[in-house]
Design a protein. Structure first.
Length: 216
């Protein structure tokens, strides 16, 4: 982790806040899309430098949004961001990558990462609605991640070792231009399957909200 990033992390209050996430933007809103601008393609031999630049840019952009209000379906810091809207905004601003505005769709992109192999900039996913990959954040290192939690809260840093997040952890993905381009064509089919799953288990949504209130 670079000095600049570590310095910013040290500015975050030591007291790590907790909040249960609200439901991610519904997959029925639109078909997911993900694109990568050609201007961001790294030159041969520059892989290590490109990786460092990618991580620093993503982290700095994410950290700059601490305190932005959560808004379901939101896609702008001015009006608010939900969990996937936050991720989408960060990657759009730093890498000119247009990710889908849906946590499950994001989980289908990139390369799978073991928990022990997490690196800053990786996306971390959680089961918060009785279904997998319904919440997403950005891993910062030192067992912490940043996310937009739920209605009434703001973008914040929390501990991955918190009992709630440990219990609901689903996995992580590392996004690269190549992996996004490779998996994007499959998103429409995957999202159709996800919608079918949601329809068959629609009764779980109310139960999740009740459980969330109890957890608070």
């Amino acid at each position: 982790m670079t000095f600049k990033i570590r310095h910013l992390l040290l500015l975050v209050p030591a007291c790590i806040a907790w909040a249960s996430p609200a439901e991610d933007t519904p997959s029925t809103k639109s078909e997911p899309t993900a694109s990568v601008a050609a201007s961001n393609e790294s030159k041969p031999g520059d892989d290590s430098k490109a990786s460092r630049d990618y991580t620093q840019d993503v982290m700095l952009q994410a950290l700059s949004l601490i305190g932005v209000t959560y808004r379901w379906g939101g896609n702008s810091p001015t009006t608010g961001l939900d969990c996937s809207g936050f991720i989408r905004y960060v990657f759009q601003q730093t890498l000119n990558i247009a990710l889908p505005h849906n946590a499950f769709a994001m989980s289908r992109l990139g390369d799978d990462v073991d928990k022990e192999g997490l690196k800053p900039g990786d996306l971390v996913f959680f089961n918060t609605l009785g279904r997998k990959f319904s919440h997403v954040g950005i891993y910062l290192g030192d067992d912490r991640f940043i996310h937009s939690p739920s209605a009434g809260s703001k973008i914040q840093i929390v501990s991955l070792k918190d009992a709630y997040w440990m219990q609901h952890y689903n996995g992580a993905r590392r996004l690269t231009q190549e992996s996004i381009a490779e998996r994007t064509p499959k998103l429409a089919q995957l999202m159709a399957e996800e919608r079918a799953t949601e329809s068959s288990g629609s009764g779980k949504k109310h139960g999740h909200k009740a459980a969330k209130k109890k957890h608070k």
